[in-house]
Structure formats: C-alpha cells, structure tokens
Design a protein. Structure first.
Lengths: 148, 286, 665
C-alpha cells in the first residue's frame, strides 16, 4: 500500500544558462511534469561539488539530476567538460560510499529544449519511483541521531 | 638480415622470373629469406571483388602464421599480396566486425604485429648505399620509367608508403644503381589488372597509354614491382597497335643486372617482349 | 535577520494553480520571516511600492519574491530592494511561475511545491551577504591587430569616433590580402583604387598609431585594462630619416635571391624592398636572410646611394608597451597555398594536381596578381612557365574546401565568387580563349552575387562543369585535366594551358599562438570562436576582445568590413563610460586557508587565478597562494568545486548558500 503512494523527492542541480532556461521554456510552453523535482540553480555545472550530491541524498532526496549545457555550448566554454570528467569518476565512488549510483542522473538540456527537459525529468521521476525510497541515510541519521 | 618471405601464387606462375631474380639479388645483398610455412592465398582479385570476409580472412591466416614463426618482417613481393596484407592488418587492428569473426575462427587470435614490406621497402632496408656499392655494371645509358600501379601506394591512409600521387621511392633505387629515372605521367595509373582475362581490350587500351607515355618521355625500359602489372605491360604489348616495343623489367631484375647477375639467371629470357635492347645497354664498369 | 516574503499571483498565471494566500501564510511561519504577503502583480508599480513600503515599515533586511523566473524580473525586484535601502543581493527569487504553476496542474501539489520553493529561497537569502558591483576603470584606447581591410576599417572607425587606436601589422605595409587583388566581385571595381585611400587615411590620422613590421608578443590584464607588449621588428632602416625615395631598392644588386611575397612568388624582389608601390608606410625593409652585407659584411650599395643616411644595419628589434582598453583581432586568413617551392607547399593531399611540379598550376591569389594591372605581367594574362597567353584555362573550385578526406570540411565561401570573377577577367582580356570551371555547387548568396555568376556563364560564356578533377599531368606543354562531368555522367578531359586552383582559406599559421596569448578560443582549424554564434558574433569569450574579418571564418570584403565596424562599435560602447560595472558574483580566495596547490588555476578558463606571495613583516616569503583577478573572473565557480581545502568561494553561490538550499529541499 505504501509503495503505491510513494512520491520521490528529486533534487536537480542545473546550470543557469542552459537547463534552468530550458526549464523556463517548458513553463512558457505550458508543458506538464510531476511536482517531485526541485531545482537548485548554479552558474555552471562546473560549480557542482560532488559533496552537494551526497548532501542531497543525506537530506532525503531519492534521486538527483544534474543537467547543464551540451558539450561545446557551455557559457563558460569549459565548465561542463570539467563537470563531465568529474562525474565519470564520481559515479564509481558513489557506490563505494553506499549510494546506488543509478539514482544519480546526468543530462544535457539546452535553453531551447523545454520538451527535452520535461522528458528527462519525467523519466528520472519514473525511474526513481520504481527504485523506491532511498532509505540508507534515514537509517544512519536515526542510528547516529544527527541533529542540525 | 633475415626477413619472412611470402611469394604468393604469381611467383610460381606468370611471375616466376620475379621469384628467381628476388632470390638471386637478395643473396648478393646478404638478405636471407625465410619462406612462410603453409602459406595460403592472400585474398586478392576474386576474393577481394566478391567476398570481403574472405579477402581479409585469407590474409589474416598468413599474418597469424608469420606470428607463429616469430617473423618481425614479412616481405610480399607482389603488390596485390602486399596490399591485401596491409589492409587485413589494418582491419584486425581496428577490431571491426569482420575482424571479430576472423578472430573467433582462429582460436581468438586477433592481432598482427608483423611488419609487411614491399620490394621497394626491402631494398631500402638492405640499404641504397649498400646496393650502390655492390653495383658492378654501368647503366648510364638506361632511362627507366618507374611504374607503381595502383596497389603499391594506395590507399595511402593504410599503406602510409611514399606518396599516393607522386611517389619517388623506386626512382631513388634506380638512381642508386646508376640509371636515370624519367619524369613521366602514368606512374600510378591503372594497367587494367585482372581484367586481362575477361576484358582483354580494356587492358590493352589502358596498358598502351602507360607504355606510350613512358616512351614519349624518353624511357627505354619500364620498371615494375607487381606480377599483374608486369604481365599486362609485357604480354599485352603484342596486341597494341603502333606502340614501340619496350622491355618491362621487375625492379629485382633491374637491380640484379646492376649487380652483375646473368640475365638468364634472373629469368629475363622468360619475358614476352624481348629484353635484348636493354641488355645491350648494360656495360661493364671501367 | 528580518525577511519579507512577497508572493505574486501574476494575475491568474500563478494564482490559478497555486494557492497564493496559503503560500504566503506558510512562509510567514518560516523561521526568520518577519512578514509575508501576496499580491496580484508584484512587478507592477503598486506591487513594487508594496515591497518598498513594507521593507521600511517592517524594518526588513532581506526579501524573497515568489514570482516568475529570475531571468524575467530579478533585476526589477533587486532594484526595488535597493530603492528601499536593502542591498540588491539580499533579494532572492522563488520561481513560482515557469517552474511551478505553469508546469503543474494539481493545485494541492503545486501549492506544496511552491511553499518548498519559497522555503529554499528563504534559506538561501539568510546566507546572502551585501555585495557591491565591481568597478573597473576603462582605458579609452584600442589595439587593432592586423592591417588588412578589416583592421583598417576598425581602426578608422574607432579613431574617427575620437579615440586613440594602435594598429599593429606584421608585414612591412598595411593593406593585407585586399591590396593584392586585381578587381573585386560583384562590381569589378579595382581593389587598390578603393583600398589605397583608406590606407593613406590610416597613415595620416592623428589618432592612429601605426606599427608596421610589428607583432603582438604578450597581452596582460583584462577588459578596460590591457597591457600589450609589441615587438617592432628591425627594418634595418631608420624610419625617421627615410623619405621613401626608393633609390636603395633600385640599386640593390641582389635581384633574384628572394621571391616577392606580394606577387605570390611569381616574381623576385631585391634584398631591400618595399612590398608594393603603394605601400603604407612607404619605407623599405632589408631582408637580412639574403642581403650581402649580413652574409659577408660587404656591398653596402644602399648605404652609398642613400642621401639621408637612413640605412641602419645595426638596428635591433624594439619592444613597445601599449595600454589599451579593448582589442580588435583582425588577423585575417592565409590561402592554402601552392608554393613555387614545392617543399614549402602546404597542399599535401593534392599530388594528383601536380602541386609545385607544374609552373602553370597556380592558386587564386597568384591569378589575382597575374590579372592585376600592377602585377608581374602588368595585367596581361600570361602563364608563368613561358609567358604565353593561355588559350584554354581551367579553374578548379573547392581545392581543400569541403573535402574531409584531403582538406577541410568547411566551405571557404568566397571561391565560387572569385572563380567567376577570374573567369570573367580572363574572358575580357583573352577574347578567343576558353574558360572552364569545375565546381561542386555554386554558392553565390549575397547581393548581386548570383547575377554575377550568371553573367559569367551567360554573357561571357564560361563553361561550368559540375564535377571533380581527378588528375592533372603535363603533355607537350599542355596540362591534361581529367575529371568527371557529373551532369552528363561522363569522364571529361581538357588540354589546358593554365590551371587555377581555388584553394581553401585557412587560418593564419600563428593563429593559435595569438589565441593563447590573448586568451581566445579557436576551432579545430585555428579560426577564432565568437562568444555566441548568433547573438555575439564579434565578441570572444574574453571580455573586451572583439573579432573582425576572416580570422573568425572565411569571409568576403563587405562582410569583413561590416564585422570590423561592429567590432569598432563594441569597443566604443566600452569607451562610453569611465568605469565598468560588473556583477560581484566572482570567486574569492580565503588567504588563511589556501595551500597554494593551484588546482583552481588549471580549471579556470579565463586565466583569472594569479599567484600571490604572502610575506611576513620582515619580508620573508611565507607562502604562495592563489589570488582571483576579479576583472577577469566570470564567476562560473569550477575553482570552488575543485578546491581541496574549500578556500576559494564563489560569492553569491558559495558552499554555505548551496548547502542551505539543499537542507531546505
């Protein structure tokens, strides 16, 4: 019963120039997607520290989406390349840390791809729904009674 | 120096004199030939034209065999064999679907390390200075048109040998033995190749253009490095109208003459077009 | 902190799917929120006044506006905050329209999300600090690199607007490739006739400092404040004494040793030379590689004939430093050339065309010189090998262009037009001659361009053959051109007297080096990249640097001139104010924590990270740490992400601020 009601929390880290604007376009075009995703705007995917992602999972996210400009389209020329290189490595570390790396999603969504943004978000939400709630941190938080 | 030797089918048939002259000349140049054991067809002509898998697979067999014999270098005198082998090596290296299929049929063998060389590269390895030093005859009066044909230098991205359009490697060998190479236009044109059997008229037409251009630029001999080219240029001269007879020599025969080897030992009596005019110009060094 | 939350209904745009009163009500209960309200149109004057009044009335020191995308009205609300005495960077936007009401349908879910979005913004604003825009002074001078038509146009525009301009040209004279052209398409007016007055104008302009035979060695600084080092190569002539009488050039006994570069190696020039008669400045240069004096110490003929004692053998290269506020890069192109010296030829893929081997297989610029009235043949069409009039001429387009296997995949754009021009000029001069053009497609987009090509075909009877040429060889003084006529579907052979290859336009050989000096990005061919292909075509990603002409991609003259004027006006926009204001969201180094690993330096795309020495009171070096040049920093924050000790922070998006947002998710 509980499984059916499960609505995942998705944290999306998006760059200001491409994906955030692409999401704006999705809005302007009145496209629809579920409310599960919340966006955190950064200037560039290059700004995203891997710890942000772990932090998001720790704070109850069931899935994380990272999206920026397409390769070669970066507003800052190279930021997304740095990010890409970082994620290739980080993905492997994620499993080691104890987080299922398939809960972390990457994509390139340009400012003109409102439709793609909706498709990506919907796909991520559906996938995380299938995977169910991310419980590991909840357990740790309980055991060690971490209080803010 | 010791190199692997892949004679190919022509060298025991129409190109017999090529084989004879190669063995004689290399003996003089202290190059030892280790014939590939149990060699098979290289996959040229019919296989090449009809079945890509066979054309790569057959050559791959020979390359794997060379590996078994621990050969670092494999000398393929025939331009077609040379071409097939470098192409096969390239395809194996790229790991294409064909290469995977071949590998599956050969106990997982998938790479060819052996370096495939043609006759020009072999002479380069033997050393042009070495050849020059061993030259016994005076070839000063000989003007040679070096004919590369299509398979020796193409496709350039794979052979990576000399230049696809303006090759000069053979000319350097001709100069090294004291003859004069001529500058001409048809050195990389097609001779008609295997159409010789089914469409003789095409070959006669194409080969005639090559011979006419060589003669026009003052050549008194055409030098080739391929048994197919040789048979077309040599044998088909009889069918050409209004074409001056000109001897067509293998590069190894020509070098052999320079080294003072008897023309009969080089197999030069086996040609269709008489080689006498060129033999007359071979003088003893004073 | 006393935070005010202002929820906008945006008419019905937000209000229809988000229960705005509920959002405002919920926000009012967030810790730190002192006041919250909803209103129909927050961006309207009454809406803004509501914000301003409440800031004062409720003594707010930060605000969150739940409205449309920050890309729409962030500026509006920041300004409202500023007007009411709150630092604009203490205003955050929660995107309730594009990211919520417009994309969701269920009012309950959407309201829940809207509350979350406002909470995230509230948590972020708590970590914000007041910031002031960075002010950078502007040096109102410009540097133009390259003295071709683009550089000339840019320099004149800047100078005519009343600002000083330094024009640097690597050759002894300005004029560039345009000065080599015979006539120009599509009007067939004489290239030098329209160019030379401009060159003279540059020379005489009081605001232009002309540095010929000079090259940019180093560029430091940032927008508004560049410091440029220029190497002024030794001419071996004292410029202040030379009158340009040309006696030394006439009397120089070295006549045949050096090819004349201006004549595209179709002629020779003396060791002391002026590139062409209309050169600006009209001051010769001594080519030290061929001059007898530099080889043996003898000759000195030029010294003997010079009445002004202007020959200066011992002259050294001079380093000049210029301070400028903007840089216009107009370095132009190079033709993928068929050199008279085959070993220096760049065309490696076209052996079948007999490059370097046949004297009468020439390239487009060589034909320009042959057709030019001031060229080596005085404008008579004569072929280089025997100076005979060619009766049959073949033009081959796309040699190197649009050819991925042998050349470059791009289209050189101007070849279709200049080939039509060449064929026309030929037909106008050799009436009984035949002209053939091998083409792939005819690309004649432009005012009067297609008409021009049609004229070549219909009025001048130039024979256009669609197809490629496979081979050219010489036979009895003729060049046998073998190709394919793909429309007729037949091979074709033409026995030509002269063959002209329309070779590709390529980047200058030292283009990449200059790009690295200035900090510009370039494509795989060495052409400079514009900041945005549509909306910022003359800017590069480094602020204050602008592009003009063919250094960006192949271009014809009108396009180059238009781009040059655009680059000049971009410079003038910069010079319109004394100070530059920049967003203060740049990186900053915490000097006490930085260990000086300089990983940040490696990832910075703008060379904004510099080294700073920390010394103790006695002046001993304590450590070397990173320092952010806020003039160069564009604030993309990769340095912050990679810093192992987290001692670089991106102001406005620092770790604390983002963690606050994550915590509020």
């Amino acid at each position: 019963m509980e499984e059916e009601k499960f609505e995942p929390k998705i944290a999306a880290f998006v760059c200001n120039w491409c994906t955030y604007t692409g999401a704006d376009l999705a809005g302007t075009s009145r496209l629809k997607y579920p409310t599960n995703v919340k966006m955190i705007r950064v200037p560039c995917t290059g700004r995203i520290d891997p710890v942000f992602i772990i932090k998001a999972f720790e704070k109850g996210a069931d899935g994380v989406l990272i999206s920026g400009c397409h390769p070669n389209d970066c507003h800052y020329n190279t930021g997304n390349f740095h990010a890409r290189r970082r994620w290739i490595l980080f993905r492997q570390l994620l499993n080691f840390v104890g987080i299922d790396s398939t809960r972390l999603h990457f994509s390139w969504v340009s400012a003109s791809e409102g439709k793609k943004f909706v498709d990506v978000v919907t796909e991520v939400i559906n996938k995380v729904k299938e995977q169910g709630k991310f419980k590991k941190y909840e357990k740790i938080n309980k055991e060690f009674a971490i209080h803010e | 120096m010791k190199v692997g030797y892949y004679p190919g089918c022509s060298l025991s048939g129409t190109g017999k004199e090529y084989d004879l002259s190669i063995r004689k000349v290399l003996e003089k140049l202290d190059v030892e030939l280790a014939e590939l054991n149990d060699w098979s067809c290289c996959g040229a002509t019919s296989a090449h034209a009809t079945n890509h898998f066979l054309s790569i697979g057959l050559s791959s067999l020979n390359l794997f065999q060379a590996q078994k014999q621990n050969l670092e270098e494999l000398f393929a005198p025939c331009a077609a064999c040379y071409n097939r082998m470098v192409v096969a090596k390239d395809e194996l290296g790229k790991g294409t679907e064909t290469a995977k299929k071949i590998s599956a049929l050969n106990n997982g063998e998938s790479t060819a390390k052996v370096n495939i060389i043609n006759i020009i590269q072999l002479f380069e390895k033997a050393g042009l200075e070495n050849i020059s030093a061993k030259t016994k005859m005076n070839l000063k009066g000989i003007k040679a048109a070096c004919y590369y044909g299509c398979l020796l230098v193409r496709p350039f991205s794979i052979t990576k040998f000399d230049d696809a359009e303006q090759p000069v490697a053979m000319e350097k060998i001709i100069s090294a033995v004291g003859a004069e190479p001529v500058d001409w236009n048809y050195k990389v044109e097609c001779c008609g190749g295997a159409h010789s059997i089914a469409h003789k008229e095409i070959v006669v037409d194409l080969s005639k253009k090559i011979i006419d251009d060589a003669v026009k630029h003052g050549a008194n001999v055409i030098i080739v490095a391929c048994p197919m080219c040789h048979s077309n240029l040599d044998m088909r001269q009889r069918a050409m109208k209004d074409t001056a007879a000109i001897p067509v020599l293998y590069l190894s025969e020509f070098v052999g003459l320079a080294l003072g080897i008897d023309s009969k030992e080089l197999g030069m009596n086996l040609h269709f077009t008489s080689t006498e005019p060129i033999l007359e110009k071979v003088l003893v060094k004073e | 902190m006393r935070i005010g939350v202002f929820v906008c209904q945006c008419g019905e745009n937000i209000g229809r799917t988000v229960d705005c009163p509920a959002v405002a009500e919920a926000a009012g209960r967030f810790p730190g929120v002192a006041y919250s309200v909803e209103y129909k149109y927050m961006c309207s004057d009454p809406g803004q006044n509501l914000i301003k009044n409440m800031i004062k009335e409720k003594n707010l020191d930060a605000i969150v506006v739940g409205s449309c995308s920050p890309h729409m009205h962030e500026k509006t609300f920041r300004k409202a905050a500023l007007d009411a005495g709150v630092n604009p960077f203490l205003c955050e936007i929660a995107n309730l329209r594009e990211h919520c009401s417009w994309v969701h349908e269920d009012i309950v879910d959407a309201t829940k999300k809207a509350i979350d979005l406002v909470r995230i913004a509230v948590e972020k604003v708590k970590k914000n600090t007041p910031l002031t825009p960075i002010r950078v002074p502007v040096t109102k001078r410009s540097l133009v690199i390259g003295g071709g038509i683009s550089g000339i146009q840019a320099a004149l525009d800047i100078a005519n607007a009343g600002f000083e301009c330094v024009l640097v040209e690597k050759e002894p004279s300005i004029g560039g490739h345009m000065s080599q052209l015979s006539e120009t398409f599509p009007t067939l007016d004489c290239s030098q006739c329209i160019l030379t007055p401009r060159m003279v104008e540059v020379y005489q302009h009081p605001k232009i400092k002309l540095l010929t035979y000079s090259e940019v060695e180093n560029v430091e600084g940032f927008i508004g404040n560049f410091k440029v080092t220029i190497r002024k190569k030794a001419r071996s002539i004292d410029e202040s004494k030379c009158t340009g009488c040309g006696l030394c050039v006439q009397k120089c006994p070295i006549k045949k040793k050096a090819y004349n570069e201006f004549e595209e190696n179709l002629a020779h020039r003396p060791a002391v030379y002026v590139p062409f008669p209309q050169a600006v400045p009209n001051i010769p240069v001594i080519d030290r590689t061929v001059c007898t004096y530099y080889q043996t110490g003898k000759c000195q003929m030029c010294v003997k004939v010079c009445g002004r004692e202007a020959i200066f053998f011992e002259q050294q290269d001079e380093m000049i430093t210029e301070e400028v506020g903007s840089i216009v890069v107009a370095t132009g192109y190079k033709l993928y050339s068929i050199d008279k010296k085959p070993e220096e030829s760049e065309i490696k893929g076209y052996g079948e065309y007999g490059y370097g081997k046949y004297k009468d297989v020439i390239d487009g610029l060589q034909f320009e010189r042959i057709a030019s009235a001031s060229g080596p043949t005085s404008g008579e069409i004569l072929r280089p090998s025997d100076n005979k009039v060619p009766k049959k001429i073949v033009f081959i387009q796309c040699v190197g262009s649009r050819d991925e296997s042998k050349g470059f995949s791009y289209c050189s754009k101007i070849c279709c037009m200049y080939t039509a021009k060449h064929a026309m000029l030929y037909k106008h001069k050799v009436h009984d001659g035949e002209a053939y053009v091998f083409y792939m497609d005819i690309r004649a987009g432009g005012k009067g361009y297609d008409e021009f090509v049609r004229r070549a075909i219909e009025e001048d009877h130039v024979k256009y053959i669609r197809g490629r040429v496979s081979r050219i060889y010489e036979e009895d003084g003729k060049y046998i051109v073998r190709g394919e006529d793909t429309i007729a579907g037949k091979p074709i052979t033409i026995d030509a007297d002269l063959v002209v290859l329309a070779t590709a336009m390529i980047a200058q050989p030292n283009a990449v080096k200059l790009a690295q000096t200035i900090g510009m990005s370039y494509d795989k061919y060495g052409f400079y990249n514009e900041a945005h292909p549509k909306l910022r075509p003359v800017e590069v990603s480094t602020a204050g640097v602008f592009l003009a002409g063919a250094c960006q991609s192949p271009k014809d003259i009108p396009e180059s001139v238009a781009m040059a004027s655009a680059a000049a006006s971009k410079s003038l926009v910069l010079f319109g104010s004394d100070f530059l204001e920049r967003e203060p969201t740049v990186a900053k180094v915490n000097e006490s924590v930085c260990a000086g690993c300089f990983y940040c330096q490696k990832v910075c795309a703008y060379n904004a990270i510099e080294k700073k020495e920390i010394k103790d009171r006695k002046g001993n070096l304590v450590k070397v740490i990173a320092y952010v040049n806020s003039g160069l920093c564009q604030g993309f924050g990769t340095c912050n992400a990679v810093c192992p000790s987290k001692s670089v922070e991106l102001i406005g998006f620092n770790d604390e601020q983002i963690y606050a947002e994550i915590n509020a998710l």
